[in-house]
Design a protein around this ligand. Structure first.
Ligand code: PMP
Length: 359
């Protein structure tokens, strides 16, 4: 069976060399005589895998030395709670409401802290990134939370809010490693692996040392950053295979030239699609131009039936998982790091033919 171009928003396509390496090593990793999925997480060989994954990520993102890198479980969704529980000091936090996951983060945080929504794009179905009005920011908030890339509605922050001394926290699940990012602008970054890093099961947290502090009372040990910092992400059994796959993906990205190189490719891929959407008579992009995501390209034909027909016929042509999120419909092409340029070229060609066939 030939591989398809999979435009899934996550879990998503992974680079073939990373998958091939895993296939080759499935029965015996190195000289261990066993698969990574069979290994004790306390073994030297596994600990080297995890260290190597961390070293590669630090290199790729130029993570400063005063930040810890954690490999946790519970997905990005668990961070919606861990962030307010661990950063709790004054009991106030600012949030920007720019999508469905930002909304979930807000709802979860509101269970633990006093949340202020300081900017929102809900009035236009999250199709843009709102202007920030600094006068609305709370100078004594414990942190400000943003969602750097909006996976469902296809927008991204191209500029960061200036929060002064208030730490900036970002959910980068759907854009981590897609473009150059200055980690020092953030207090904490988190991202589920299943888009740009590896299989589901691991969530990467990059946290500045001073934010690894005493959490709110009764925070379970498993939900404390300081537990995982102290135990180097080995407090309990980690998702070893996911971490190992992340290592393979990080190595692939490094060999390719790192984040600056993939950013260029991502910009070129997104341009191919957006340029076509801008000239098309049938398809229309749904995100405001200035805020368009490089990773999730959302579009519609204007007819629900036609959208469904498009998704179905594209799948038959080997271009799969193009349906928009179940809450919004339409189409969404997720073109993460591992989506080759050829996949996007093939999609644009297919869209042109689909349009031409309908006059
Ligand atoms: N945040 C964003 C931006 C996401 O795209 C997702 C998942 N698609 C999540 C959070 C939730 O991640 P998880 O399923 O890993 O909990």
């Amino acid at each position: 069976m030939e591989r398809v171009y999979n435009f899934s928003p996550g879990p998503s396509m992974l680079p073939v060399p990373a998958l091939e390496k895993a296939a080759k090593e499935m029965l015996s990793y190195g000289s261990s005589g066993m698969s990574v999925v069979e290994m004790s997480h306390r073994s030297k060989v596994y600990m080297e895998i995890q260290k190597n994954a961390e070293t590669l990520l630090r290199e790729l993102m130029s993570i400063p030395d005063n930040y810890r890198v954690l490999f946790l479980q519970g997905g990005a969704s668990q961070q919606f709670a861990m962030v307010p529980m661990n950063l709790y000091k004054t009991g106030k936090a600012d949030y920007m409401k720019t999508g469905q996951f930002a909304t979930k983060a807000i709802e979860e945080a509101a269970r633990f802290t006093d949340v202020s929504v300081v900017a929102s794009s809900e009035d236009k179905t999250f199709s843009y990134i709102p202007e920030f009005d600094r006068s609305k920011f709370n100078p004594d908030a414990d942190y400000m939370h943003i969602t750097s890339n909006n996976t469902i509605f296809g927008t991204r922050f191209t500029e960061l809010p200036d929060t002064g001394n208030v730490p900036l926290v970002s959910d980068m699940s759907s854009c981590i490693l897609s473009e150059v990012c200055d980690v020092s602008r953030f207090g904490l970054i988190y991202a589920g692996a299943q888009k740009n890093m590896g299989p589901a099961g691991v969530c990467v947290v990059i946290v500045r040392d001073d934010l690894v502090r005493e959490p709110m009372e009764k925070t379970p040990l498993m939900l404390q950053y300081r537990t995982h910092v102290k135990e180097e992400s080995l407090y309990n059994t980690p998702p070893g295979f996911s971490v190992y796959m992340c290592m393979n993906v990080f190595q692939w990205l490094k060999d390719l030239g790192g984040v600056p190189a993939i950013q260029k490719i991502n910009e070129a891929k997104a341009k191919l699609l957006y340029d076509f959407l801008d000239e098309s008579r049938l398809f229309k992009g749904t995100a405001e131009r200035k805020d368009r995501s490089l990773m999730n390209v959302t579009f519609v034909t204007g007819s629900k039936e036609m959208d469904e027909e498009f998704v179905k016929s594209a799948a038959a042509a080997g271009l799969v998982t193009l349906a928009g999120h179940r809450s919004v419909g339409g189409m969404r092409a997720s073109i993460y790091n591992a989506m080759p340029v050829e996949g996007v070229e093939k999609l644009v060609k297919f869209m042109k033919e689909f349009e031409a066939a309908r006059g």
